[in-house]
Write a protein that binds this ligand. Structure first.
Ligand code: ATP
Length: 215
């Protein structure tokens, strides 16, 4: 699997759309302090579904959208697309190139697009888990982060291994099933309480019906 291209538009310091091509297996991004190198890594982590703003070095969703300068107006949305070569069909989809995109608007709405079709975050996580990828911290090691990986707690290490093995999606499905189960249990409780509520009325109707029959 080869990372082919990263397109960034309106994300953090990238006001103008830029495209980074990765024609080789190793690419170094160089630049002066504060020029946006870490923002490139943040863009990759974000498009892979990262949900923690802290990991993206932000406090609120809007921090991810270009905030403007005295000369350039702030933007209304940020978008990032990541293209993977899929000639070897490592991702179990038909496309020869898998393109994942994520957009965020100032009102906080996020959407995900996979090869031109709108999808859910779950679909992105499911696809990435097939190749052992994810937004978790062990694929993308930020500046000064290597210590954190080396000294990760056993719980954190477990989560990294689970992600590499593609188990993340099962955790997600388990949580979804638990939520549905909880909703079904609440519905059952509501039906039971309704049944209890109408019980006296039913009894009354039964008595009335009996009376009518014998009259
Ligand atoms: P260093 O080499 O010092 O680590 P870097 O090249 O990794 O720097 P980044 O941390 O990627 O730099 O970029 C920091 C810059 O991005 C800062 O100038 C910051 O103002 C800018 N920036 C971050 N978020 C936004 C935003 N939402 N809108 C505009 N600029 C932003």
């Amino acid at each position: 699997m080869l990372l082919k291209r990263l397109e960034i538009s309106g994300f953090k310091s990238f006001a103008k759309p830029i495209t980074l091509e990765f024609p080789t297996k190793i690419t170094a991004v160089v630049g002066p302090n504060g020029s946006g190198k870490s923002n490139v890594a943040d863009a990759v982590r974000w498009v892979l579904g990262e949900q923690s703003l802290k990991h993206l070095r932000g406090k609120k969703g809007e921090d991810l959208i270009f905030s403007g300068t005295p000369r350039i107006a702030r933007l209304a949305k940020a978008s990032v697309s990541l293209a993977f070569d899929n000639k070897d069909k490592l991702f179990p989809v038909e496309f020869g190139e898998v393109i994942m995109s994520r957009r965020v608007y100032r009102d906080g709405v996020n959407d995900y697009v996979l090869n031109g079709s709108q999808v859910r975050l779950k679909d992105i996580i499911e696809l990435l888990s097939k190749v052992g990828l994810g937004a978790s911290q062990h694929h993308i090691i930020a500046q000064g982060d290597s210590d954190r990986i080396l000294y990760a707690s056993s719980k954190e290490r477990k989560s990294m291994i689970e992600e590499s093995l593609g188990l993340k999606i099962f955790e997600l499905k388990k949580n979804e099933a638990s939520r549905k189960l909880e909703a079904a249990e609440n519905n059952i409780k509501q039906v039971e309480s309704l049944k209890r509520e109408i019980q006296p009325h039913l009894k009354y109707l039964e008595v009335q019906a009996e009376k009518m029959k014998s009259a």
